[in-house]
Design a protein around this ligand. Sequence first.
Ligand SMILES: *Cc1c(COP(=O)(O)O)cnc(C)c1O
Length: 417
Amino acid sequence: MVDKRLPFNLEQIQKIASDYPTPFYLYDEKAIRNNARNLLAAFDWAEGFKEFFAVKATPNPHLLRLLNEEGFGADCSSKAELILCERVGIQGEEIMFTSNETTADEYQKAHELGAINNLDDITHIYFLKETTGLPELICLRYNPGPLREGNVIIGNPEDAKYGFTRDQLFEGFRKVKEKGVTRFALHTMVASNELNSDFFVETARMLFELAVELKSELGIQLEFVNLGGGIGIPYRPEEEPVDLQKVSAGIQACYQEVIVANDLHPLKIFMENGRMITGPYGYLITEALHEKHIYKEYIGVDACMSNLMRPGMYGAYHHISVLGKEDAPKEKTYDIVGSLCENNDKFAIDRDLPEIERGDLLVIHDAGAHGHSMGFQYNGKLRSAELLLCEDGSVKEIRRAETLDDYFATIDFSEFE
Ligand SMILES: *Cc1c(COP(=O)(O)O)cnc(C)c1O
C-alpha cells in the first residue's frame, strides 16, 4: 500500500486557484529534492553513479535546474530538449543524447553542447561521422530482442524499434574503435513503468556481462553502462514503490560478481529515469464543472485529455482525491470526464469517490511525469499552467497557461481580414 495523502489542503489550493485559474499542475519541490537525494544515496557505493533526468518527462527549465542542483544530468532526445538544457546551463557530459531517427541538425546541436552521443543504430555511426565527425566518447544502445521480455508500455524488446542487435553491437564497437573513438559506453532501456526491482538488477547483470565480453573479444574497456529509465511508480494505492535499496544492493552484488571479479572495476553506472523522479510529486488540479446523470454518473471537469493523456491513451490509472473530502466515505461511483469530443477523454471510469458537487476541486495524482509534457491541442483545448510549490511554501508560476493567441500563432489570418 502506498500513502496517497496530499501535501496540501483545500484552503491552500483555493488560495492558489484565486491567482491561477484551474486547471493547473502543481509540483512539490521539497518532495522532488528529497526523492533525488534518496536515489543518489541508494547508490553511494557506486563511484561516479549519475542519474540523467529524462527531460521528456517534465521539460521545464525550473525543474531541470532544481534537479541539476541535486547533481542530476539530463537525458535528451530532441533539439528542443537540448536547447532547454543549454538555457539552464547543463552541458557537456552532463547531457546524455539518447535519440532515435535523429536529424543532422540534432546531432549538430548535441555536438555543439558536447553531449554524450548514445547511438540508436549501427548506420548512425556513419551518419554521425559525416555530420559532425565521431567524438572521442561513444555510447551504443543495445536491444536484447528475444533475450529479454518487456512490459505493456514499451512492448517486447523484439518489437521495439530501438537499439542495436547483439551482433551489431560487437560490430559497432569494432567499427568505432577502428575509426578512432577512444572512450566507450553501453546503454539499454528495456522497461517502462516497471515495479519489479529484480528487473533492474537483471538489466545491470546483462550489461555487466556484455562489458566482460566486449573486453575479451574486442579489448574495449567500457567507461560506463547506462541502465536507462523505466523505474515505475505506484499509481494505484495498492501498489508498492520500487525498493531502491534492494535494486542497489542487487546491482552491487552483480558488480562484485561480474565487474570486480573480471578486473573491470571501475565501471560507472548511469541511469536516466524520468517517471520515478517527478511523477508522484506533480498533481493536476481541476474543478468539477458539471454533473450528468444518464446511463452512468458523470462528473465533467475543466481539465481534459489535452492536459493529461495517460488515462485516455493507455487506460492508465491515476488516483483522484476530492479536496476537503479526503476522508469522506466513497459512496458514489463516477466517470470523471473532460470536454474533448472523444469518448476516451476520461480521467477515471467507474471510480468510487465521495459525492462530488459542482465547484469541488479534484486532484489527479501522479501527474508529475509524462503529464503536462504529453499535452496537445486537439479540439482547440489549451495546455494549462505549471506551478511550483516551493520549499518555503510559496508558489511560483514556472509555465503560464496557453492563450488563444498562442493557439492561433501559427496561422496567417491576413487573407481573412
Ligand atoms: C522515456 C525514456 C526514459 C525515461 O523513462 P521513464 O519511464 O520516465 O523513467 C529514459 N530513457 C529513454 C531512452 C527514454 O526513451
